[in-house]
Design a protein around this ligand. Sequence first.
Ligand code: PMP
Length: 357
Amino acid sequence: MIRLRPVARTLTVSTPGPPVTDPGIAQLGANECPFGPLPSVEEAVLATLRRRANRYPDVEMVELRSAIADFHGVHLDQVWVGAGSLDLLRAACAATSGPGDEIVVGLPAFSEYPLNVALTGATLRGVPSVEHTFDVAAMADAIGERTTLVTLCNPNNPTGTAVGLDAVGPFLRAVPADRLVLFDEAYREFVDDGALDGGFPDGFSLLAGHPNLVVLRTFSKAYGLANLRVGYAVGDPEVVGAMRRLRVTCVVTDLSQAAALAALAAQDELNARVAEVTAERHRLRVELAGLGWPTPVSHTNFVWLPTGGDAQAIVAACRAVDVLVQAFGPDGVRITVGLPRDNDRFLDVMATRARAR
Ligand code: PMP
């Protein structure tokens, strides 16, 4: 038998099935953006394809990193770009943690969190949520001598809930200054700031006071570029430099860099699309509540439906009519906000179930 690391034999990776290419299927299972690329993004990608396909990408990604730095008012050496924010989650885990260490993660967590923790050989210290929302005080209490990394996915996947500044401020102050705190803000653009106590604890406004904080953002969600794989990390140059050293060289192609640059320049279009998604999110939640399924306030492009043991049955009923939604164990289903006609197909399934109850 080949001498593989045990984790390479035992890690359970998710098997999401083949990509959905049939337009008859309502894909509400992957938290994607339902819209196609903006014309300016399409043009930038095609122009780069023609000019650069035979060349290696710009490894240091200076143009894109500079644009991100300008956008957030930070320095170039505070920004690193990866193949999606997952690439950077992996780099943050690898940069901080190894066997014997502990990584604090609020539960339920996005499935990639336990995977990336396991890859390092560190132990995951899970902290249960209260009413579908992270208990950040308990997360701070969970930090021990061996803790190397504390994650805060805000808003969280799969629950869609967020924690406001009133709770996050004390949480940040409780974390020892030599432990990295990772704010995963993949869904930040969809946050309803006014619905959070103290407003949204935007990582960028907290960076100056907390050099142990790194913020992750992505072009995969609101910007609608999930297939192009671009995310970024912003933090202290010491930490960002470590992520840069641990990169896989050339993973972010020039096509992806060009797409992200064009997308970043199209803030008006972005805001219009986010407004469409959040309006549909509101409609979904109101209609679900009307059918007897209340859902927690969502700050993302999906809705978390606590199902009390019914999750698999709901997913199966949806799949029977070519609607894909995601179950998390028996107790919850996550529904991505799609186009109105696709959301209606999901609501039809739930209306039928409501009548049968
Ligand atoms: N963080 C969270 C919380 C997510 O839900 C996702 C995608 N589902 C990601 C990160 C990864 O996004 P990407 O790698 O596409 O940037």
